[in-house]
Design a protein around this ligand. Structure first.
Ligand code: AGP
Length: 603
């Protein structure tokens, strides 16, 4: 969702802004804009197209500028239009915003701002409000406005009459800041910081920062100066090179073997799980007897599968919640419950809120995230990073399998809390180490899935059925299919068919059946027969070693063999490829499916 950039320095401002905006594109956006400080004037350029179109628009403009702010907008309030795109200018204030101003209507009334507004969103109201309070003291104006605004925000501003200065303030929505000998830069996330920076800091909530050509100052909301908390910048894996793949999604599917090896290897010592390098010692596992997982979308699906491993092998009770529902469910949690929040981006607002609620209730929290120093990582008591590398495609692939691998490893670690399970855990780890190769082998079969994609591309509805672990796995497979191919696709627990969904089956309805668990072959095969008897056209994704036993005249797609518990890994690779090629057949922009954003920072 919305991305922000701001720069003051002697570098080529327009080039820096454009490069950063391109790096923010992955978050998802529908319009973009920049404002350059050019002496006493401010030049604003906007467009409702790709950043590359905005880039053409500003060619040869604002060449002497040393200070600018930029924005990629994902519409929440107000339609997609140049008028609603940021930056917004109101009086002497030019501003970009990420987040939602909840009380914007009240503010319009209270401060009689209506006449000043040209857009229909909430962000311009912040600009108008700050301008209302502005009497040549930007800090005072921002302070006053912050006291009035309710909601989440990262606001970055330039003030008329104050050349080459940028101000910013934030609540919940993050801002990171870095500097080098050329200048100072701020952005919504680290991946957008172009240039070489050794250190950076995260702007604390309710803190105002002023960036100028020669310094950088922080103030709290009472006007007192504060010191930034600098951190060392790690090598940024920007992964912008598609490495010969037409889309990032394909590249990321193919990178899964490496992502899993990088995630698992540092946490396996002498054949056993070991999280001490992450700052997690044995006590954490011994002191919790209940796990509560909160996550959204694909990360939630990883949680659903992990629950089965936590409970069946880890022998620890586990409940899984959609972060957005966690607040309303008010679940019963044991006093010693460990809350695990799973998030690729580490910025999903619903998951961040769930984490904060759990902390307020006194629970210990553990985050599984892919993006270093993201909001969820910063707020959790413990963090386990998935080392999947930057994931750019909206459809999550390598982050999901990396999350899953870490969750399995955690379950195995919990199992060690019981006496005499060391050998069994070692055996599990040996099997887990085979997963990366199995995923890579599945990727080599891509032509098969591409072939099926050609058949499925024009379907309106598609059903997926499976039992046991195959059910939560298929929920993820169906989400992949929906989000990038736009085919309505639902996963059902095969045993539930007779309780309703089978009414949907008619002649030629496409059904994908997944059978990866040995002990479920018989029952799953009966379910296939039931839907076929009603005319369904069935495609069976079956574990290689079981395929021969499925004595039916249907098309079978063999899944690479792993032990039962690990089969979801080789199956998901097949389903990711199927969704990818179906989207490709349909000519969809696979990496940027309609209406979706990679980073979901609004509720
Ligand atoms: C995955 O393909 C989706 N784009 C989406 O469901 C995603 O997993 C969800 O928004 C959660 O994101 P997070 O993992 O960054 O918190």
């Amino acid at each position: 969702m919305c991305g922000i950039i701001g720069y003051v320095g002697t570098g080529k401002t327009a080039d820096i802004l454009m490069r950063s905006l391109k790096l923010l594109e992955y978050r998802g956006y529908d319009s973009s804009g920049v404002a350059f400080c050019c002496g006493k004037n401010t030049e604003i350029y906007k467009c409702t197209d790709r950043v590359s179109v905005l880039e053409k628009k500003i060619q040869g403009r604002a060449e002497g500028s040393h200070c600018a702010i930029g924005h990629t907008r994902w519409a929440t309030h107000g339609s997609v239009s140049e008028k609603n795109a940021h930056p917004h200018r109101s009086g002497r204030v030019t501003l970009v915003h990420n987040g939602i101003i909840e009380n914007y209507k009240e503010l319009i009334q209270l401060y009689h701002l209506k006449e000043k507004l040209v857009s229909t969103g909430d962000s311009e109201v912040a600009a108008a409000l700050i301008d209302r309070f502005y009497d040549d003291d930007p800090l005072k104006a921002i302070r006053e406005a912050s006291k009035q605004i309710r909601g989440t925000y990262a606001l970055v501003m330039m003030f008329e009459g104050r050349e080459d200065e940028i101000f910013a303030v934030c609540k919940v929505s993050p801002i990171v800041i870095a500097q080098n000998e050329e200048g100072r830069i701020l952005a919504s996330d680290l991946s957008a910081l172009t240039g070489t920076y050794e250190n950076y800091f995260v702007l604390p909530e309710d803190t105002i920062v002023r960036l100028s050509m020669d310094d950088l100052c922080l103030y709290d909301l009472s006007g007192k100066k504060k010191a930034p908390y600098w951190k060392k910048m790690e090598q940024q894996d920007r992964a912008l090179d598609k490495k010969g793949h037409p889309y990032y999604m394909e590249k990321e599917i193919f990178e899964q073997g490496t992502a899993l090896r990088n995630t698992l290897e540092p946490r396996i010592r002498e054949g056993l799980p070991d999280f001490s390098a992450d700052g997690i010692e044995g006590e954490l596992f011994a002191s919790h007897h209940h796990i509560v997982i909160c996550a959204c979308g694909t990360s939630y699906h990883a949680g659903l599968l992990a629950k089965r491993v936590f409970e069946s092998f880890g022998r620890i009770k586990c409940d899984v919640f959609l972060s957005s529902e966690f607040i309303y469910e008010k679940p019963f949690m044991e006093k010693d419950a460990l809350i695990i929040v799973i998030s690729q981006s580490g910025e999903t607002i619903d998951s961040l809120q769930a984490l904060k609620i759990a902390k307020e209730e006194g629970h210990e929290t553990l985050a599984i995230v892919n993006v270093r120093d993201s909001s969820i990582a910063r707020n959790a008591d413990y963090v386990l990073y998935t080392h999947a590398g930057m994931e750019i495609a909206v459809a999550s692939t390598k982050a999901y399998t990396s999350q899953l691998s870490l969750l399995y490893l955690l379950a195995y670690r919990f199992a060690l809390c019981e006496q005499e399970r060391k050998e069994k855990v070692m055996e599990k780890i040996r099997e887990l180490k085979k997963v990366p190769d199995a995923i890579e082998a599945a990727c080599r079969d891509k032509e098969r899935y591409a072939g099926l994609a050609g058949i499925l591309k024009d379907e309106k509805d598609l059903y997926m059925i499976g039992r046991g672990r195959d059910y939560p796995l298929l929920m993820e497979a169906a989400l992949k299919m929906k989000e990038i191919s736009y085919i309505h696709c639902e996963a059902y627990a095969a045993g539930e068919l007779k309780h309703g969904p089978i009414a949907l089956i008619e002649k030629d309805t496409p059904v994908i059946a997944c059978i990866s668990q040995e002990d479920l072959l018989g029952k799953a095969a009966s379910n296939i027969k039931e839907v076929r008897a009603r005319g369904a056209r069935v495609y069976a994704f079956v574990r290689e070693s079981l395929a021969k036993q499925l004595d039916m005249k249907i098309e079978v797609f063999p899944l690479k063999d792993l032990e039962d518990e690990l089969m979801p890994f080789s199956a998901i690779a097949a389903f990711q490829l199927l969704a990818y090629y179906t989207a490709l057949e349909k000519g969809v922009d696979v990496d940027k499916p309609r209406n979706l954003a990679k980073v979901v920072t609004v509720e």
